[in-house]
Design a protein around this ligand. Structure first.
Ligand SMILES: Nc1nc2c(c(=O)[nH]1)N[C@H]1C(S)=C(S)[C@@H](COP(=O)(O)OP(=O)(O)OC[C@H]3O[C@@H](n4cnc5c(=O)[nH]c(N)nc54)[C@H](O)[C@@H]3O)O[C@H]1N2
Ligand SMILES: Nc1nc2c(c(=O)[nH]1)N[C@H]1C(S)=C(S)[C@@H](COP(=O)(O)OP(=O)(O)OC[C@H]3O[C@@H](n4cnc5c(=O)[nH]c(N)nc54)[C@H](O)[C@@H]3O)O[C@H]1N2
Ligand code: SF4
Ligand SMILES: [Mo]
Length: 708
């Protein structure tokens, strides 16, 4: 029974955005105070449930360490000396300094930064476009989700998601480099991704760690990190060789089957087995089970994208549903109803010359150029422009929701770049180690403090939800409102209209219901249509699913999937492997924190007090390492420590470290950011994915030892 609220309590239907979001919530407000955040049982996305992070919302909103008013640095950069200023002063100073940089160096010398999938993510580039700069970035753009988005757009003409809310249960689910038991995943809510298991579908898990899903799976493929591309090619090979594909669908609705068959002819399971460490017979079994069991869902995660061969890897995996006809069918992969409508990105405000200046766009066309759905700057190239002024200087960085020092690859280099800036502005909920380096810090509103829209699954937007402002904390402002006020302060011609006007326009071009009606209802589920391609084909140049990608070919990239060894591996760099014998993967999600966040929330931290490194007993034994011991982990680039979890759930040749760690309880300005931070171990050096500019986060070489 849902509890009946106190008479003086107002209940607003909203949507949690503490991760990529989507869970319907009921915000109980009593006398201006948020008193309870409950899951909305009516929401098709979570049916009343919240994860540990969502459950801790009150602790987040009312946390004593929240930033509550704008701050200006008074000491040296990073010295931790601040004075409180008014919003008017803060925005006035930012506006003036931006105008100066724009006048002296051009708008491209100003870069915008943000984090993954937030309510305001598109507003960051929107403000940049209004300002005239093509340079905005997000550490998940080349590394996460967008390789999947941009690759499927050119292969299928649309972004596929799993059909979780259509009512037809899948018969087979593949969890590929993805663990929604812990992650509020990209694309949909974690609860949908897990509910699908209740249909007793056959389950295939592809993960180097024996996760809870792997334990439940019919088939678990424990591959070597970074070799997903080889595995996918071998599965394609098996399906084609054994004629397990849907021949009628392939003949009518795909382009380039013969070329693909030729490309994967040599990629037998026997070829892939020594590369991936997965036995050939197990690869065959997975290909057969997948191809013969329909409908099937492909649930894929960011592990397949944290590699410099991510576009080809994503392409290869995406062709499995294509060959088996699991596309836009009930219980399979489907294309969304786009209930959220068009976001006014203002990208048309950039001239072609200015767009061409986007850092990295000339090389990485799937990230910053014509192959990108929402073009973004290449982070290593941007950091170089900050550090060295090459190919032109970047002088200002406005960061709205990213803890750069924890989530960018090669954190020390990112740190060096931030120190070189003339102007660093950070808007955040807390004083992070990154905010400590800023000239001006702005207090951002958390999700129950602001109005927005959400469309879930992301991009597909089959369900549209209204996010509601329930309370005001200190002088905190929603990022969207900060952009609007800053645009007005700078007398920009764009990005100045009230927020609700933009939201109304999105709804009008999407599901068509009014903002007030949506706010009343809380969410709106669109009526679903399957096999939309029957009406005019797929939205690709050939009108078919492009097994052979003509758009990749036109951009000068390989139109057929291929495999590349990770740049640092026992195979690619055997000499290095003598000193650093273990394969390192990083960042598998944990249910209590979102990337670098939530370490200051007591309940969540109690559930997971320390950073954990997973090591196999055979690997730990020679060092005398036991569970609970502090262990150092070292790569060519740096050394950190985390606490051991000695477990046979991981391959003896692989070590896993958690990402995002800093210690809010430790003194500033560093707050322990250099102690356990996975990105002291990673690199952002080339090689990059040729089309996307992606660097390696999940398959590096390391060594370990006990902290004495
Ligand atoms: N080694 C390694 N590195 C990784 C990964 C990995 O697996 N391994 N994963 C990568 C991936 S996939 C991604 S997407 C990125 C994630 O990187 P990001 O999404 O940038 O995550 P954070 O750096 O934690 O930054 C989020 C910051 O936003 C603040 N914040 C929260 N809500 C709001 C808000 O509404 N407004 C504002 N202004 N601030 C807010 C938080 O307090 C926090 O400081 O990390 C990448 N880095
Ligand atoms: N609670 C919580 N939810 C989150 C986040 C969070 O930090 N906390 N982060 C959000 C973000 S930004 C993202 S991108 C998603 C990520 O969430 P997911 O896409 O689910 O990805 P991860 O949990 O990072 O990794 C999934 C699995 O990949 C495995 N893995 C590691 N290396 C490899 C490899 O080379 N190949 C394969 N096949 N598997 C590998 C790991 O063992 C792990 O079990 O979650 C989002 N949701
Ligand atoms: S899964 Fe994400 S949206 Fe759902 S309750 Fe957890 S943090 Fe909130
Ligand atoms: Mo991500």
């Amino acid at each position: 029974m849902q509890q009946v609220p106190e008479p003086s309590t107002q209940v607003l239907k909203s949507v949690c955005r503490s991760c990529h979001g989507g869970c319907g919530t009921l915000l109980h407000v009593t006398d201006g105070r948020l008193t309870k955040v409950a899951g909305d049982r009516e929401s098709p996305l979570n049916k009343g449930r919240l994860c540990p992070i969502g459950t801790s919302t009150l602790d987040l909103v009312y946390h004593p360490d929240r930033l509550k008013y704008p701050l200006r640095r008074t000491g040296a950069r990073g010295e931790g000396k601040w004075e409180r200023i008014s919003w008017d002063e803060a925005l006035g100073e930012i506006a003036e300094r931006l105008q100066t940089i724009k006048r002296e160096c051009g708008p491209e010398a100003i870069a915008m930064g943000t984090g993954t999938g937030r309510h305001h993510i598109r507003w960051v580039s929107r403000f940049g476009h209004a300002l005239g700069t093509p340079n905005w970035c997000e550490p998940g753009f080349a590394q996460c989700f967008h390789p999947r988005v941009n690759t499927t757009l050119l292969t299928f003409g649309d972004f596929p998601v799993c059909d979780f809310t259509g009512g037809t249960p899948p018969q087979c689910i593949v969890y590929w480099g993805h663990n929604p038991v812990n992650s509020g995943p990209d694309g949909e809510t974690r609860f949908n991704a897990l509910d699908a298991l209740e249909s007793h579908a056959k389950v295939i898990v592809i993960d180097p760690r024996r996760t809870r899903l792997a334990r439940q799976a019919d088939l678990w493929l424990q591959l070597r990190p970074g070799t997903d591309g080889a595995l996918a090619l071998a599965m394609l090979h098996t399906i084609i060789e054994e004629r397990l594909h849907d021949a009628a669908f392939v003949a009518e609705w795909t382009h380039g089957f013969e070329a693909l068959a030729e490309r994967v002819r040599s990629c037998s399971p026997e070829w892939a087995a020594p590369i991936t460490w997965v036995p050939a017979e197990l690869i065959r079994a997975a290909a057969r089970l997948y191809a013969r069991t329909k409908p099937s869902m492909m649930e894929w995660g960011c592990a397949i994208e944290h590699t410099p061969n991510c576009i080809q890897t994503v392409r290869a995996i995406s062709l499995l549903p294509a060959l088996t006809g699991n596309v836009d069918v009930p219980g399979g992969w489907v294309f969304g109803m786009k209930g959220l409508g068009r976001f006014p990105s203002l990208i048309e405000n950039l001239s072609p010359e200015m767009s061409a200046k986007r850092l990295g766009a000339d090389r990485f066309k799937m990230l910053g150029g014509e192959g990108a759905d929402l073009p973004a700057a290449h982070i290593p190239t941007l950091l170089r422009a900050m550090r060295e002024g090459v190919p032109y200087p970047v002088k200002a960085f406005l960061v709205f929701g990213n803890n750069t020092l924890t989530t960018f690859g090669n954190a020390k280099q990112a740190h060096e770049a931030l120190l070189k800036l003339d102007l660093l502005v950070v808007a955040d909920l807390f004083m992070t180690p990154t905010a400590e380096l800023a000239d001006i810090v702005l207090p951002a509103a958390s999700w129950p403090e602001l109005n927005q829209l959400a469309g879930l699954p992301t991009i597909a937007a089959n369900v549209v939800l209204a996010q509601r402002k329930a309370v005001q904390i200190g002088e905190c402002k929603a990022d969207e409102e900060i952009f609007i006020e800053l645009a007005r302060k700078m007398n920009l011609p764009l990005c100045t209209e009230p927020l609700d006007e933009v939201l109304e326009s999105q709804l009008a071009s999407g599901c068509g219901i009014s903002l007030s009606e949506l706010r009343k209802k809380g969410f709106h589920k669109l009526e679903f249509r399957y096999r939309k391609y029957l009406d005019g084909g797929f939205k690709t140049p050939t009108g078919k699913i492009e097994l052979y990608a003509t758009r990749l070919e036109a951009m000068g990239y390989d139109p057929l999937p291929h495999y590349h060894e990770p740049p640092e591996s026992p195979v690619a760099t055997p000499e290095l492997a003598k000193d650093f014998p273990l394969v390192l993967t990083t960042g598998a999600r944990i249910p209590f924190f979102f990337n670098s966040e939530h370490r200051q929330i007591k309940n969540l931290r109690k559930a997971h007090p320390d950073p954990i490194v997973e090591i196999h007993p055979d690997t730990a034994k020679p060092f005398g390492i036991k569970s609970g011991d502090w262990v150092w982990i070292e790569t060519r680039r740096g050394k950190i420590r985390q606490r051991a979890r000695v477990t046979d759930e991981i391959d003896a040749r692989v070590v896993h470290v958690e990402h995002g760690w800093w210690f809010p309880e430790e003194a500033g300005p560093e707050h322990g950011v250099w102690t356990s931070n996975a990105n002291l171990l990673t690199s952002n050096d080339p090689p990059y994915d040729p089309a996307m500019g992606t660097y390696q986060l999940r398959a590096l070489l390391c060594r370990i030892g006990p902290v004495t």
